[in-house]
Design a protein around this ligand. Structure first.
Ligand SMILES: Cc1ncc(COP(=O)(O)O)c(C=O)c1O
Length: 373
């Protein structure tokens, strides 16, 4: 059998769309000698807020720091319990520990892998000090944000949406940040909107919150001032080069999302009726942006090895759930979360990026059909 060469994702394929024009903008930015903050960041913040359908955005250093900034600005701190799904990237829980709060790991829905609102509703009843909830919009699909916001309101919790994987996603017409306290984004290079380095943002409906975030990200500095620091902060600023890259790439985000939707539909067709796998499920009213295309598969590790042998890369987001991570052993309860634990042994993300060809999708489908015979 001919060995293929299909990576999990390919960032260089999109260069043809934008590289020439972006390099001109970057040269102009370099000529300005303004590398941190400034008009480039302000311009991106305005564009990103508008894209999210919100009045306010604050750019920052990365998606992890965006979570820390949102938690701190909302007053979440020592001993507060913060509910989050155990099926997420480490950053979600790491940020909670960074503000001395306590992560409370919740189970996820079997169909979508997203935070289970019913589990959260039960867990919050047992909480001694409920502080906040961080639903994660994993794989490009939003969690049941309306239910989660309602449960949070009934129990006095703040809501921060971790939308690191969900740029432009909607659920019942609502995007990240539209009914919660804040939503955070990562612009890590491989994300749907990716920088050429690390970058992140917080968006919100609340001006006061965003002003506080902007102060905390810049050493607690007085607005417009230099050496007067009103509160303790961090250096979590966005740099001007990344803001320039993001502003430019934002022009293409909808077109790339359209290509992702087309590929997801095609995968759905080529994988139909393969016994041994389940294709991703889109919740009612949900409009995912397909950060990754994640199936569940029987004999997952054998399948991944078989595909690798044929030159097809795959990924697992995430192989060890957060509540099983050694880093959290002394920082929160390690409950048994049956759905999360079952999914961790089955989930597999297939090659996926906007410029992936239809032939490649067919080749992946064919190899999987061969495997399950
Ligand atoms: C769900 C989730 N949350 C948070 C982050 C953290 O973002 P960053 O890598 O920009 O710090 C990521 C990044 O991979 C993520 O996928």
């Amino acid at each position: 059998m001919k060995k293929l060469n299909i990576p999990l994702m390919n960032l260089a394929d999109a260069y043809a769309d934008y590289r020439g024009a972006l390099m001109e903008e970057l040269n102009a930015q370099i000529d300005e000698c303004r590398f941190i903050g400034g008009t480039a960041v302000a311009r991106f913040e305005a564009a990103w807020a508008a894209y999210c359908g919100l009045p306010w955005a604050a750019g920052c250093s990365n998606g992890t720091d965006a979570l820390v900034l949102a938690l701190e600005a909302l007053g979440i701190g020592a001993g507060d319990e913060v509910f989050l799904p155990a099926n997420s990237f480490i950053a979600t829980a790491e940020a909670v520990c960074r503000v001395s709060a306590k992560p409370v790991f919740c189970d996820v829905e079997e169909a979508t892998g997203l935070m289970d609102a019913a589990y959260f509703a039960e867990a919050v009843k047992k909480s001694g000090k409920p502080g906040a909830v961080i639903p994660v919009h994993l794989y490009g699909q939003m969690a049941d944000i309306e239910a989660i916001v309602q449960i949070a309101a009934e129990n006095g919790l703040k809501v921060i949406e971790d939308a690191a994987q969900a740029h432009g996603a909607r659920r019942n017409g609502l995007g990240p940040g539209q009914i919660s306290d804040a939503a955070t984004f990562s612009f890590y290079p491989g994300k749907n909107l990716g920088a050429w380095g690390d970058a992140g943002a917080v968006v919100s409906r609340h001006e006061e919150l965003l002003c506080k975030i902007k102060m905390i990200r810049d050493h607690g500095r007085e607005k417009g001032g230099k050496y007067l620091h009103l509160i303790l902060g961090h250096n979590h600023r966005m740099d001007a080069i990344q803001a320039t890259v993001l502003c430019h790439k934002l022009l293409y985000l909808d077109a790339w999302a359209e290509k992702r939707r087309g590929l997801a539909q095609m995968y759905g067709e080529v994988l139909a009726d393969i016994e041994g796998i389940a294709r991703p499920i889109t919740a009612a009213g949900s409009e995912p942006v397909w950060y990754v295309y994640t199936i569940t598969a029987e004999r997952r590790d054998e399948l991944a090895a078989y595909l690798k042998d044929r030159g097809i890369a795959t990924g697992i987001y995430y192989p060890l759930p957060l509540h099983r991570q050694p880093a959290f052993r002394d920082r929160g309860a390690m409950p048994f979360l049956p759905v999360t634990e079952d999914l961790a042994g089955k989930i597999l993300s297939l090659p996926f990026w906007p410029e992936m060809t239809q032939d490649m999708v067919r080749a992946v489908g064919m190899a999987m059909r061969e495997f399950y015979g």
